[in-house]
Unconditional design. Sequence first.
Lengths: 148, 421
Amino acid sequence: MDLKDLYRDVIVDHNRNPRNFRPMPDADRHAEGFNPLCGDRLTLFVKLDGDRISDVSFQGSGCAISVASASLLTESVKGRTVPEAGQLFTRMHELLTRDDAQTDPAALGKLAALSGVREFPARVKCASLCWHTLDAALHREAEPVSTE
Amino acid sequence: MNVARASTVTGAVAGRPIDVEAVRREFPVLAREVNGKPLCYLDNAASSQRPRQVIDAISSYYEHSHANVHRGVHRLSQEATDLFEGARETLRRFINARSTREIIFVRGTTEAVNLVAQSHARPCLQPGDEIVISWLEHHANIVPWQMVCEQTGAKLRVIPITRSGEVDFEAFLGLLNDRTRLLALAHVSNALGTVVPVEKFIREARRRGIPVLLDGAQAVPHMKVDVQALDCDFYCFSGHKMCGPTGIGVLYGRESLLKAMPPWQGGGDMILAVSFERTVYNELPYKFEAGTPHIAGAIGLARAVDYLEALGLDRIAAAEHELLEYATERLSGIPGLTIVGTAPEKAAVVSFTVERVHPHDLGTILDSEGVAIRTGHHCAMPVMEYFGVPATARASFAFYNTRAEVDRLVDALQVAREMLA
């Protein structure tokens, strides 16, 4: 276990300066995510243009992994269609949880920086919280998402 | 963690200081490595480690004397019963209860509180009655009362705390009224380390005829507890925080109250005679111990008591207080670090936040340095809410910790700051 593998430069950068970290009063969809274990809490906002995610932002507080993961998520799903975002979610889930992940990290772009999380099982939920929250926002689940 | 009053610590301490290196050799787990570094275990408020003596007592029981208790006339059942009831007597002496009838073996503090909530409080509560707790409480001393309030229509009243993390005594006096039916209070806060001056709270409650329950999970391992001197009605604690096994703890109850309470679980051992028409419940303490108890747990816990007493609770308190002072001083020197909970009298618990570094990241980075601390809300979410933080990092010390381990904590925190702040 090398810490540098978890806290890569991209992660540290996105934690210090999270992208798309703002409220979105005219969002079409939003959902809340909560990790009771560590108190991570975030709200994800989505604006849709038909089937396409035209804007996405988040707010909240959490550890470096959860903030960086949410920041990277906003950058990577903006402009994608809802099914494309769903496919990305599946791939991220594989990347975070499976040692034998088939996903080519290169295909994930900057999101691949999160692959080190796999070696830290206690932190996988931190990285996946925003993805579950996005999934809830896109599929209109009323209840807040919890990692538990 | 130490809960000695300043006077005991600065004053004469019985005997010589603890030989920490000799003590450490008695705790097998302390010899192991984590991530290639010697384990630095600073999560004692969550659960302490066990000395060889406790582990051996449990193994020896299973290897030589195990059978069910209170049942057979055969040799092993007799031996097991003697060991189990001997453990009860050790625990009675440890907290100075009047009688072993007042020592109920339970799974832990949580079960003890639930037992009192369901068996003492529930039958006597009317809609509009009130239970008083404090803002400092662990969830285990909140939720059982919320449940019984829901069941009976009683109300939960919460004593506020101050910025230093002390229970507001004046506010407490203001909360007492003729509908107050119970006071349930932490003896020592798990999240902040505050030692609550429970004596004056108990005095006021008792003067008004209000029964008092103390959550002693964080107190018992580190200070001499005398339930008769405290004059509380119920006292709850867990084995695993005092070098004993998990899954065993004690509910002390004043005999007159326990006698009046109905059993809370039915089954074997808690009865004298059963027929389909009428069942006669067993006497105390067995009335509250349905089913085969955690025999090995009770034996291990009694051995832990012997261990702590041989070491000397005064010497334990002195050693832990020194660690608390040293840790407080060193941590205060870290830029951006804020200690949460600064009561004048504290157990050896330091809860803190570091600017721009989330506690969860601190936990991971410290672990990579072999340093184990707790991060999160410490099962005390209202405390976190009061201080406006989602979580804190918490280092909690035991008598087997060293100043060098405090230094390792500080060094590891510097690594975390360099990496993330």
